[in-house]
Design a protein around this ligand. Sequence first.
Ligand code: ATP
Length: 519
Amino acid sequence: MADYIYTMELRLTPNQLKGVNLVQDIARNAGMNVYLTGGAVRDIMSGFPIRDLDFTVQGNPLKLQKEFERSGAVIGGADDAFHVLYVTLTGGVRIEVSGAHIERYEKTGKPPIITPATIIEDLRRRDFTVNAMALSLNPGSRGLLLDPFNGVADIEAKLLRILHNYAFVEDPSRLIRASRFSARFHWPLEERTQARYQSAKESNYIEYISHAAIGYEIEQLAYEDDPLNVARVLEREDWLKVLSPHWTTAKMDVNGLAQLVKTRQQMNELGYYPDAAPAVLHFLTTRLTEKESTDIRKMIPRRDLAEAWRDLEDHAKELAKRLTGKEAATPSRTWKLLSGARPEMILFLAVTARQQAVEQKIKNFFTKWREVQQKIPLPEMTELLITPQLPEYPKIADEVFMLLLDGKLRSRTERLNFLKPFAPPPPPPPPAPKRGRGAKAAQAVPQGGQPTTAGKKKGKGEAAPAVAAKVSAPPEGKATAKSHPMPTSKSAPAAKKAPAAKKAPAKSSSSPSKTAKKH
Ligand code: ATP
């Protein structure tokens, strides 16, 4: 039995992994079998970024709503007919939990009849082979891949293949999905699928698409990493006007979208993962009328997304106002303000801000001010025994960082004066040597030479990594985590500097001037 749990753990972000464990526990406590399904399994296997997580439970997921809320998750919406729960977990991970079911299509354009089913039956009602796989999260079979249509082979062949000849007739929204996936992955449709696609298109089956499916596809477009590329393909295939009759790429803010994608990428590199979907919807609909935008908004199944999009401009204005007011009068205050702001608001403002002061502050927040972290006076702190082992270390490091941001603590004297009150008392002197037989035994070891030297070396070596590792930790530490969530990539240089710092106590008071010169 191939075990894909390792692959899954390797590919998911820590927050997504937490999400998998949470859903697994909630489903298990409710006595339901649970599987990771759909796009998440496809992306785990193919190596593409995993955008959201789809789970299938054997039972009614709407019964799990309370448990999700108790975990701090937000219920974005629920589909009573299809038994789907849309949830945003803490950490911003989007998940969908569906009940395993089959859909019986009696007539094109009419909603299917839904009946509970086994997981294998559920996989059979899916759109493409690459989306028809499930990974068991159940005790006894955890990690087992269910792949009844050999989706793995199609991932390897980079092909989109429908499961049966009537796929597009049964549910014409699959035509749009085919174009969307094809645009995203640059995978063509398999030959027979292409023929069925063409024939369904020519027969204009798309006119039978359900209202709900339109809303769902608009939402999915908002979550695309490169929405403009997908929108262009949808337009070329005539699907964009199916989503909204007057929608064209000419009605979109193309520059805004390009800038958004670029800024989000930069934020990701710094360790921020803003949800760009509300801003994407903003730019996708810039030149549609108010009514057209409102109609689109009403169709989106995730209410939290629809509301975030609706309120985006107002919230951005509010943040811009605060950034130009007293609250952001100094770099340290601005830092605190931006650290507490929602990343999606910063992202949107970074792209749309017209006031130079706002633009500059956001720019500094992501570049110049971040580098100040590397100026934390580690040698002086180590000299005064202010090390990460102290419980108040994160708070002290944070205060130092704020002062440095405001251009203070420039000289060594200033730094020492500030730090001294925080210095812990020096350690007690070593105990006096023992007398009698015990003392002889103790002395016997140093005479050998080796143990003492090794012991000393080890002592030094042990202390060093502790400092080196934790010096970079303040951003993740309790007190600082909120005020300056530094990306790990930027913490690294601080850790690199640590060896210089760790030498300070070894050389003791004979070398402070050397240390001071270095920094
Ligand atoms: P992504 O979220 O990356 O766009 P996805 O495959 O997860 O891709 P979703 O729209 O989230 O797409 O759907 C989840 C899964 O539900 C799909 O992988 C597919 O198995 C199934 N599915 C969604 N829509 C349909 C449909 N119209 N017909 C059949 N199966 C569908």
